[in-house]
Design a protein around this ligand. Structure first.
Ligand code: GAR
Length: 209
């Protein structure tokens, strides 16, 4: 099977993006990150991508008159790189249904909570304030809602009484770095399909081409 072409959208540090690049490089993922796009000029993720020799640039939404024009530019960039899948990795922007329908490729996101709990911003802080004993992270398909798409994989971490937002975020992040590459690997092997909201993961020998 040909290597899948991956685009990654980022806004910041890019540690999840790095974990995916690393998994592509060492052969765990049958894919290649061919373009990285940030909505922030100073995102460290862009520095990481350049170091890896990956095409990467910023598309700053403030330079576009409307969200629609911005998203048209994003969609155009993706189509120029002929990507198979779009991965959101700490991309702190909600993509509109128009964009999601226009790109016509599966879009994945990683979120630092056990969805459907604690959607949106500051998921780790929300978990601490709620007083849950366990939290974690979720890789899911992006649909038209915010953090509402079909769930592919989840990982659980304990929440301790003396946790701070920082300590919990760090514990969750370690799991994110395992979980996201694993989900992308399954996707690139054609082992994921949706039945309504449910994501079915086929066994290795039953790969769907
Ligand atoms: C990660 O914790 C990711 O789950 C979260 O932002 C962080 C990005 O870190 N994403 C969201 O909260 C999306 N709503 P990274 O830039 O080092 O990958």
């Amino acid at each position: 099977m040909d290597k899948r072409r991956l685009a990654v959208f980022v806004s910041g540090r890019g540690s999840n993006m790095q974990s995916i690049i690393d998994a592509c490089k060492d052969g765990r993922i049958n894919g290649e990150v061919v373009v990285v796009i940030s909505d922030k000029e100073n995102a460290f993720a862009l520095t990481r991508a350049k170091k890896e020799g990956i095409s990467s640039f910023c598309l700053d939404p403030s330079r576009f008159a409307t969200k629609q024009e911005y998203e048209e530019k994003l969609a155009q960039a993706i189509s120029e790189y002929a990507v198979d899948y779009l991965l959101l990795a700490g991309f702190m922007r909600v993509l509109s249904p128009v964009f999601i329908n226009a790109v016509r490729i599966p879009i994945l996101n990683i979120h630092p909570s056990l969805l459907p709990a604690f959607t949106g911003l500051h998921a780790q802080r929300q978990a601490l304030e709620y007083g849950v004993r366990f939290s974690g992270c979720t890789v899911h398909f992006v649909d038209q809602g915010v953090d509402t798409g079909p769930i592919i994989l989840q990982a659980v971490v304990p929440v301790y009484p003396d946790d701070t937002e920082e300590s919990l975020s760090q514990r969750i992040l370690q799991e994110e770095h395992q979980l996201y590459p694993q989900a992308v690997q399954l996707l690139c092997e054609g082992r994921i399909r949706c039945e309504g909201r449910k994501v079915i993961i086929t066994k290795e020998e039953q790969k769907v081409e």
